[in-house]
Design a protein around this ligand. Structure first.
Ligand code: GLU
Length: 560
């Protein structure tokens, strides 16, 4: 077989050699030890929490070593592509503060552009590059075409659709496919000419040289030493439209773009022998691989399940809707990524996560468990340490997007909003009342008249008992009183009405009184806030203003 001629027949339009490509994309010059990583999502609609987990590893490894992190859009599967998805994932990553040094970005006209000299960074625009290497493989007798008539192609495409075009369709028909491939390995130049003249499309398959009975040995930086069967499948390199499969694009792109460390999901691990073979065929140096374990969740029965896209928290946009600050999600991710992060953070509470010595060795090999309770704990802490200006700005931005009525309340008087969120902020032990902006709204909404409602009525005392206390309270209330003066008056009201002001004494003999000072506070609290729990009452009154506070108490009494 004249492979040179075959290559020319199949790729007449390709006029560059791989060597010329290498000259266009020379190796990167980076300091010793600098790592080049990439995030390579397919634009299928959203960023998965597991993707965010991966991109954090990419980011830390690159930037911690003075290297490069770039973004590549893997849009070779047009059927699965969702319009606008690339833009939305770029925005999501930016929202989480992931900084790409290079790669796909949103251009001025809203389209995807490439920033950097190793582009295009969108695979659909790299067809000529892939075909240059494909042509070389044909020249070397390492790849061959398999023709099909348009009708056959139609049929395969339909079958692909059914199996969602997963590599599994090969496995399902392995025997059949193998026979076809072997037959296709023995064709003549005349046959190829005839097929091309008839206008029949072809896919390009690799000529597998592995033996499935033998093992390739390999070290994954997360999973450790592994053994996998050699590749013996003549897998597809180029589809009939000349667009590569994931395997081929991975080899060509990660080589030309100078990736040193490939971080990707463990679902790619079974394909690794294919990649090892391809890198060898192409004369490329194999990058280091880190296959990340799946993110798991606990189901109702206490079993670990994969965090699937239907689960709350699987899509990064879920966190926006619930109002988790991106800082909280990132902080939580860090705790999942490295088991010693929390300990470090406790010792260095004010340092950003970028100062943490992230280590691949401290990563879980078996799968990390996603847990909302833990996220909430982390987030409460993160929010409690935020300056009040940031809380107000971020909460308002969230409300603008997801709750415009509440946003209007927050914006009506910025000084009031700031006073509300200053409660319990600062100091050694800041309050940790809410984990996200939705909870923050719930926590403070009583301050705003449109949301004020009696959510937790007092049921242990009669209306007359409550009214008697509140009447005395209003009669003695003086807006000029300081916190102490105010509290002394509340105590006096309690005593006058038969409520014990000493909790110790009260507990020793609860039947000796109508109730305690705690009950008196509850009457006032429920009247002012609608709830039995709230921030410090004197502060609440200060924010509501004397007039509004008294009006609420009167309205409450009238409705009892
Ligand atoms: N586009 C692939 C995916 O979304 C990327 C895998 C990789 O990072 O190599 O699964």
């Amino acid at each position: 077989m004249d492979f040179e001629l075959l290559a020319e027949l199949l790729f007449p339009h390709i006029d560059k050699t791989p060597a010329e490509m290498e000259a266009i994309y020379p190796p990167r010059t980076l300091p010793e030890g600098a790592k080049v990583t990439r995030f390579a999502p397919s634009p299928t609609g959203f960023v998965h929490f597991g993707g965010m987990y991966q991109v954090m590893i990419d980011e830390r490894l690159a930037h911690q070593s003075g290297g490069v992190l770039y973004l590549r859009i893997e849009d070779t599967d047009a059927k699965r592509e969702v319009p606008g998805a690339a833009q939305s994932l770029i925005r999501t990553l930016a929202h989480y503060g992931v900084h790409f040094d290079e790669g796909a970005a949103i251009g001025e006209d809203g389209g995807i552009v490439g920033k950097g000299i190793y582009g295009p960074y969108k695979q659909s625009e790299r067809a000529v590059i892939y075909q240059t290497y494909a042509k070389q493989l044909v020249r070397e007798g390492k790849a061959y075409p398999v023709f099909s008539t348009p009708e056959e192609l139609e049929k395969t495409l339909a079958a692909d659709k059914k199996t969602e075009n997963k590599t599994k369709d090969w496995e399902a028909n392995a025997e059949e496919a193998k026979k076809e491939m072997l037959a296709n390995r023995n064709f003549t130049i005349e046959q190829v000419k005839a097929e091309l003249e008839a206008g029949h499309p072809f896919v390009l398959r690799v000529l597998a040289d592995g033996d499935g009975e033998k093992k390739v040995h390999f070290t994954d930086l997360i999973k450790g030493n592994l053994e996998l069967p050699e590749n013996e499948e003549d897998f597809v390199l180029l589809k009939s439209d000349g667009i590569p499969t994931y395997h081929f694009a991975h080899a060509v792109d990660d080589h030309l773009m100078g990736t040193t460390h490939v971080i990707r999901g463990e679902e790619w691990l079974p394909s690794l022998p294919k990649h090892i073979q391809l890198f060898r065929y192409l004369g490329f140096r194999l990058p280091k691989y880190l296959h990340t374990a799946q993110v798991l969740r606990m189901d109702e029965e206490g079993n670990k399940k994969k965090l699937s896209k239907r689960d709350m928290g699987a899509k990064m946009e879920d966190y926006d809707a619930m109002g988790y600050p991106p800082e909280s999600v990132i902080e939580y991710l860090m705790t999942l990524l490295n088991s010693n992060y929390e300990e470090w953070h406790a010792v260095n509470p004010t340092l950003p996560y970028t100062e943490f010595p992230f280590s691949v060795k401290k990563m879980s090999t078996s799968g990390c468990l996603f847990d909302f309770d833990k996220l909430n704990d982390v987030s409460k802490n993160v929010i409690s340490l935020m300056p009040v200006e940031k809380v107000c700005a971020d909460l308002t931005a969230w409300a603008d997007a997801f709750d415009p009525d509440f946003a209007a309340c927050l914006k009506a008087d910025p000084a009031v909003t700031q006073a509300i969120f200053s409660i319990g902020r600062g100091g050694k032990k800041p309050r940790k009342d809410f984990a996200n902006w939705k909870e923050a709204k719930n926590f403070v909404q009583f301050f705003f008249d449109p949301y004020y409602a009696i959510e937790e009525p007092v049921t242990e005392f009669s209306a007359d008992e409550i009214k008697a206390v509140l009447e005395d309270y209003l009669a003695s209330y003086d807006p000029e009183d300081d916190a102490n003066g105010w509290f002394e008056k509340v105590k006096a009201v309690a005593e006058k009405n038969g409520y014990c002001t000493n909790m110790k004494e009260y507990k020793a003999n609860p039947d000796g009184w109508k109730g305690s000072i705690g009950d008196v506070s509850t009457f006032i609290r429920v009247a002012l806030t609608g709830r039995k729990n709230s921030p410090d009452l004197y502060t609440v009154i200060g924010i509501l203003g004397a007039e509004r506070a008294c009006a609420r108490i009167r309205a409450y009494e009238n409705n009892l």
